[in-house]
Design a protein around this ligand. Structure first.
Ligand code: GDP
Ligand code: GDP
Length: 436
């Protein structure tokens, strides 16, 4: 289980500061994808060995009207999807009427709420805390989000509620095979695609009825390969198509992305790419997942439309040039079989063990062809490379002045490794270690 934690509180109490601190581990990778502008609402974070999802709900005060009320409503929905809530208060400002209103709201929900007295730096902690204790709560966590003080203690308390399960602690269960998550906005054709993928003649499905997860996990076999399809659209839960369509839950999609090997992002050819698609894409990259893009509803378009859509996608998806793109019709089944070739390639690429001697050979050849630049009159030296992990593949490069390696040179190295190792469909991470 990947816990979901929502940050709530008035504007300016320090929510986004805490959010950035909690999710910072991912920034290095995100920086490599300049095409991706993202609002910072959903983020992936790590506490020791535990992954979790953080939602910054934006500022809510509890007494909004009109448009503000609508925004607050969305925040409430995020709280709804969370497993725990961090209610942030501003120690400098003390307890305000808005805090009290919001506290009233939060008392009515049946999930754990942690009270956080942020900006505890530079104020008398006893005085500030006494003020907040008047809310009638048992415990308040003092923090300084800007410096991270008190954050570890807070997370330790939060994670006491989410003990690590056996399944999580153990290495991946190999039997379940390649995990595939089909994600996308409502109506892009996920259910239709899932039915197609499972309905293929070559597929043998082993049903597990009665699953209680958010998404349905479906095990099957195709041409001797085991797969587990993570069905975020809930196809198998619905008895017939007429039953209520599942409410789109971004948290459900994010959890599926976290738990999978390969993400299939489904887009609607008629609608192009919208913010929500970029959001899912951003999370998929953050999480280092292998990725296949399926542009659905490719039927019934004329040649002109197809060309226009293709060039638009080429432009907007430049930053994920590692991913293979398929133009499919889930409705007619066109192109669906070929998805498997990309899924298998992406899985292989993301999980294959990388050999140290080969990585170092590739590095040496790359440096020979195109040397790193001089910094402060000295040339950056890159000496050897080894594997640092897989899913996604991590390549660790040792040398000196490695902190100064320019982004363009990093991209050059990444391209070279990718080509030489024949890695497709997966992001790769390059980490530098400096010996001085
Ligand atoms: P949000 O609107 O709740 O997301 O608040 P922000 O994270 O944008 O923070 C508002 C302001 O408070 C920013 O100027 C932060 O630098 C500052 N801030 C956040 N946390 C702390 C803290 O722990 N101590 C101090 N002194 N300032 C903080
Ligand atoms: P979901 O909400 O993402 O699961 O989307 P559905 O699978 O329920 O599909 C939404 C609508 O798009 C339905 O009316 C489908 O029949 C239609 N649809 C799905 N795939 C295709 C396709 O490849 N071509 C066309 N023309 N329509 C499709």
């Amino acid at each position: 289980m990947v816990p979901v934690i929502a940050l709530v509180g008035r504007p300016n109490v320090g929510k986004s500061t805490l959010f950035n601190r909690l999710t910072k581990t991912r920034d290095a990778l995100v920086a490599n994808f300049p095409g991706l502008t993202r609002d910072r609402k959903y983020g992936e974070a790590k506490f020791d060995s535990r992954h979790f999802i953080v939602i910054d709900t934006g500022g809510i005060t509890g007494d909004e009207e009109g448009l503000d009320a609508e925004m607050a409503g969305q925040s409430m929905q995020a709280i709804d999807e969370a497993d725990a809530v961090l209610f942030m208060l501003d120690s400098r400002a003390g307890l305000t009427a808005s805090d009290q209103l919001l506290a009233n709201h939060l008392r009515q929900i049946s999930k754990p709420v942690f009270y956080v007295a942020n900006k505890i730096d530079g104020v008398n902690p006893d005085v500030a805390m006494a003020d907040f204790y008047s809310l009638g709560v048992k415990k308040i966590h003092p923090t300084t989000a800007t410096h991270g003080k008190g954050v570890r203690q807070l997370l330790e308390d939060v994670f006491e509620l989410f003990p690590q399960t056996e399944e999580e602690a153990e290495p991946e269960d190999e039997d379940r095979g390649v995990k595939i998550a089909v994600v996308g906005r409502p109506n892009v054709g996920k259910s239709t695609l899932v039915n197609r993928m499972l309905g293929e003649e070559r597929v043998v499905v082993y049903d597990h009825p009665g699953t209680t997860r958010d998404s349905i996990y479906i095990d099957y076999e195709r041409e001797g390969v085991n797969y587990t399809l993570i069905d975020t659209a809930g196809v198998r839960r619905r008895k017939n198509v007429k039953e209520t369509v599942e409410k789109f839950s971004i948290v459900k999609a994010l959890k599926a992305i976290d738990d999978t090997n390969v993400v299939i992002l489904v887009l609607d050819a008629h609608e192009g790419i919208v913010d929500q698609d970029l959001h899912l894409l951003g999370h998929s990259i953050d999480a280092g997942r292998a990725l296949v893009v399926a542009i659905n509803k490719w039927d019934g378009l004329d040649a002109d439309q197809k060309n226009r859509i293709k060039s638009e996608l080429d432009r907007r998806l430049q930053f994920i040039d590692f991913a293979e793109i398929h133009f499919i019709s889930a409705l007619h089944g066109t192109g669906v079989g070929h998805l498997y070739e990309s899924i298998d390639n992406a899985y292989r690429s993301s999980t294959n063990k990388l050999q140290t001697n080969k990585l170092t050979q590739i590095l040496e050849a790359a440096v020979y062809d195109h040397a790193p630049p001089m910094v402060n009159g000295r040339r950056i030296k890159l000496r050897y490379a080894h594997a640092g992990g897989f899913n996604p593949p991590i390549i660790v490069i040792h040398g000196n002045q490695t902190a100064k390696v320019p982004a363009s040179y990093q991209r050059y190295l990444e391209k070279t490794f990718r080509r030489q190792l024949d890695l497709v469909g997966t992001p790769i991470r390059i980490e530098f270690k400096s010996s001085e």
